[in-house]
Every structure is written in C-alpha cells, then in structure tokens.
Design a protein around this ligand. Structure first.
Ligand SMILES: [Zn+2]
Length: 273
C-alpha cells in the first residue's frame, strides 16, 4: 500500500499513513484569506511533534540536573553517588531512599537527619545519595563541609550564607572536623543558626558520638550541638549496619573506605553504601 498523501473523494488532501485530512475545510464552509481550507497536522505529524517536545524536555532536564550537581558538590566524583550505584544495600540506605522519596512531607515537616557513628560507614556517601536523588527531581541541594565553609573567602559572606541557608536541603558533612578556634566555632554557629531560622531541613554527618554532642561542656560547641539536635533526628551508623554485606563486598568496601572520599569513585569504579 502506498504511503503517499492522496486526494480523497471529497477533494481534500489526506495523509497516506494515518488517513487523516491534512487540509480540512473550515467549519460552516467559511473561507478565510480566500481559502476554505486550513493546514492541520495529521496524527503522524502530531506524534512526531510530541516526540520532539518530549526530547526537548529531557534535554532541558539533563541540563538543569547537571547545573544543580555542579552547585551542590565540591567533587565531581560525588555526582555519581546514588542509591542505584551503591554496591551494598543496607537498612540505612533504604531509610535514606525513603527520605528522598518522601521529600515533600520531609520538607514540609522540616525533618532533618543527623548521621553519626563510626568512621567509614558510608555517612557521606548516603548523604550524597539523598542529594542526587533530589537533584534528579530538580530540587536544589547544597552539600559542603564546615571546614570549607570556614575557609571560604569573606568577600561576600552574607550572600554565601544566604545561598546555603535558602537552599531546600543543606547537607553539612563532617561536623566536628573543622578548626576548633573561637572564629571557626562562631562561623559554624552562624551557618547552623541561619539554617535553623530558615525553617528548612538540614542533614549533618559527624564522626562524633551522640553522647559527646549531648554532654558537651564547652559553651561554644554546646550551642552548635543543641541547635543541630533540635533540627535533626539522629541515625546511628555502625559497623554492624554492614554485617549483611557479603565477604567479597566487604573487602571491596574496606578498600574503598581507605581511599580519600573524593577519589573513591575513580579508584574503585564502584560505590560503597
Ligand atoms: Zn498522518
């Protein structure tokens, strides 16, 4: 059967594929600009256009996601830290996945998280997974560590703090690892207090023990930890969270953990939890 357009018995042009008229007459037999017909896309043309629109939306989405990743992370390796890429599935990973999936509720309730516990149990990795999952939904996230915040140039400090605090989700990695000076602690307090006042959720990771944070006697640290504990629900990360992992996976994990965080991705070509 020919797929070429043809003139129907009524004298109108029809599409040879979908057999819809390509130039139907105006209703009521009217003539506009001297013609009683008007061009009209047939089903094939409508479908082609819909596909192009969809492709354009997809391209715009990828561009937006790439831009959000660049403004979220300090290290490009973290762009790929996702739930799907994690080499081990754990209960914590599932909880973090649910947190990201239920973002509108989490966000409305201003529900923050505190990942605390042993070094090398995937706290940073899972926090980045949450960030990437939200970024996929085009939700802006900022993830930084407080040492970087303290070392940030002060040429536009207020704008910098505003950027951190106005973001839908702020992730502060490695609380307690920053310089322990009066200036450092004041800066940390400024960021955390700014975030508190914004009424938006915060995720903090720390190698400090929850007990240490609750019983801190140094007043400058105490006010920081009190704010963090008010804003977050603590989630313990321990070695036992990893016990369900297979032996081979554990070996891969241990190798991964001793690498620098920003290099893990490159060196191992896979991801820990
Ligand atoms: Zn057609």
């Amino acid at each position: 059967m020919s797929e070429e357009n043809y003139i129907g018995e009524n004298g109108l042009l029809y599409c040879g594929v979908c057999h819809e008229p390509k130039e139907p007459r105006w209703e009521n037999g009217e003539a506009i600009f001297g013609s009683n017909r008007h061009p009209c896309p047939c089903r094939c043309e409508r479908e082609r256009q819909a596909k192009l629109d969809q492709e354009l939306r997809e391209i715009n989405h990828r561009l937006r996601v790439a831009e959000l990743r660049r403004s979220c992370f300090a290290y490009p390796a973290m762009y790929g830290w996702s739930f799907a890429n994690a080499s081990i599935q754990t209960e914590r990973l599932e909880q973090c996945r649910r947190y990201a999936e239920n973002w509108s509720t989490v966000s409305n309730q201003n529900a923050g998280l505190l990942f605390w516990g042993d070094v090398g149990t995937g706290k940073t990795y899972l926090a980045a997974c949450i960030a990437n999952a939200l970024i996929e939904q085009e939700i802006p996230v900022r993830m930084t560590n407080l040492a970087a915040v303290i070392n940030h140039g002060f040429e536009d400090w207020e704008a910098y703090i505003h950027r951190l605090c106005s973001c839908p989700l702020l992730i502060l990695d490695d609380l307690g690892m920053e310089r322990d000076t009066k200036f450092g602690l004041e800066t940390v307090y400024d960021v955390i207090d700014g975030r508190y006042l914004s009424g938006k959720p915060l995720i903090v990771t720390t190698n400090l023990m929850l007990r240490e944070m609750q019983k801190e006697t140094d007043l400058d640290k105490r006010r920081i930890y009190d704010r963090v504990l008010t804003m977050t629900t603590p989630l313990f990360f321990g070695r036992e969270n990893l016990r369900n992992a297979g032996k081979k996976e554990k070996l891969a994990l241990m190798k991964t953990l001793i690498a620098e965080p920003e290099r893990r991705d490159y060196e191992n070509g896979h991801h820990l939890v």
